[in-house]
Write a protein of this length. Structure first.
Length: 381
């Protein structure tokens, strides 16, 4: 198991990597929203077809790409990925309850102008934005050579690791035990519903386990898992009532319908793991390049962030990245992240026993990533 982080532009570093040398790409590119005024989040790099074409070149045929994006900008990134030659296979989603709405209060805005105070009453309760509660992930694949069977024999990639990512039937943090490998869960070769002792087929939805999200899902007793009647597609239609009841019990998955892999947002302990020797830093909550400066003497206290050794603003939780790396990477494979940031993908990769290649433009963030990945690698030994 090895890891390396290249410091520089991914447009410069990717061409130095060999063709067909990477097993999977798991990455969190800029969402191109200018988040917290960060200049790197508004360059258009996530929409650069040339970048994704280089990712396609270094990826083995049949290798998968997982790329996060924002709900407003996902379509542009995904179109660039598709235009580069990838096959878009699915859209995954990470749902959370801790998003902060950035809505403009129309009534208050009108109330500030004397001539429209009466109109302000009519617009009471109106805003301009919804609360952010999910981040979409593009799941794409480099075209396979021949059949899937041909491709996996030749290149060792082409599928997703279903059994290693099954979700437990019991309540609690489904992500905590997601690394346990379970036996294939089939019935007559056609279904993949849960049976006692085995996990549920992984879904394209993940959530943070917050009460706000859990309340969106109803309590169920095997909802949608059993069909009565004599349809030709109904495998129970010719069985006895006793047999049908046994099948009901086997498929029963009562409780909250939120039976997906879930993982909370990155905790402070996760963010700062391995960073003890790094300097505590604060940045300014200002727009543009001012956000990255270290001289804050002329910046009001209320516009400064809290001191942190990992001051990257968009840290993904390690458990989530472990799950995603495991989903699309073969045992002993190599994971690439061309937008390494503070190293969460690298942490997930090495904890799962994969090799990792990262690319990071910022030397400051690369140092944070190196410290965090090294701490994870030490724990996995």
């Amino acid at each position: 198991m090895s890891h390396v982080i290249h410091i520089g532009s991914n447009l410069d570093v990717l061409p130095t990597l060999p063709d067909n040398s990477i097993d999977s790409i798991v990455t969190d590119p800029p969402y191109e929203l200018g988040f917290m005024g960060k200049s790197w989040d508004s360059t258009g790099i996530a929409y650069n077809v040339g970048l994704w074409r280089e990712c396609l070149r270094v990826l083995k045929p049949g290798g998968h790409l997982l790329a996060f994006s924002g709900s407003r900008t996902y379509h542009r990134m995904t179109c660039a990925i598709e235009d580069a030659g990838f096959e878009v296979r699915d859209q995954m989603m990470w749902v959370y309850g801790s998003g902060f709405p950035k809505s403009h209060n129309i009534s208050k805005a009108l109330d500030k102008a004397e001539e429209v105070k009466e109109a302000a009453k009519q617009w009471d309760g109106w805003g301009t934005a919804l609360k952010p509660a999910h981040e979409p992930i593009c799941l794409a694949r480099k075209p396979i050579e021949g059949t899937v069977a041909d491709n996996v024999i030749k290149w060792g990639v082409g599928g997703i690791n279903i059994d290693a990512c099954r979700v437990g039937n019991e309540g609690g943090c489904a992500g905590a035990g997601a690394g346990a490998r379970v036996f294939s869960n089939r019935l007559n070769g056609t279904f993949a519903k849960p049976v006692p002792g085995l996990g549920r087929f992984p879904a394209n939805l993940m959530h943070d386990g917050s009460q706000e999200v859990l309340e969106l899902f109803p309590e169920t007793r095997g909802a949608g898992t059993f069909r009565s009647g004599s349809s030709s597609g109904n495998i129970f239609s010719k069985r006895s009532d006793e047999g049908k009841e046994k099948q009901r019990e086997a498929f029963d998955n009562g409780g909250s319908a939120a039976r997906f892999f879930y993982c909370p947002k990155a905790s402070k302990a996760d963010r700062d793991d391995g960073c003890d020797d790094l300097e505590l830093k604060r940045t300014a909550k200002l727009g543009g390049a001012d956000n990255d400066r270290e001289d804050l003497d002329d910046v009001s206290e209320r516009f400064r962030t809290s001191p942190s050794r990992n001051n990257h603003p968009t840290v993904k939780p390690t458990e989530l990245m472990r799950y995603l790396c495991r989903l699309v990477t073969p045992p002993g494979g190599t994971v690439l992240d061309p937008f390494t940031g503070s190293g969460s993908t690298g942490r997930g990769a090495v904890l799962e026993g994969f090799n990792f290649v990262g690319i990071e433009l910022s030397a400051e963030y690369a140092a944070i990533a190196e410290a965090r990945i090294k701490a994870a690698a030490d724990k996995s030994r």
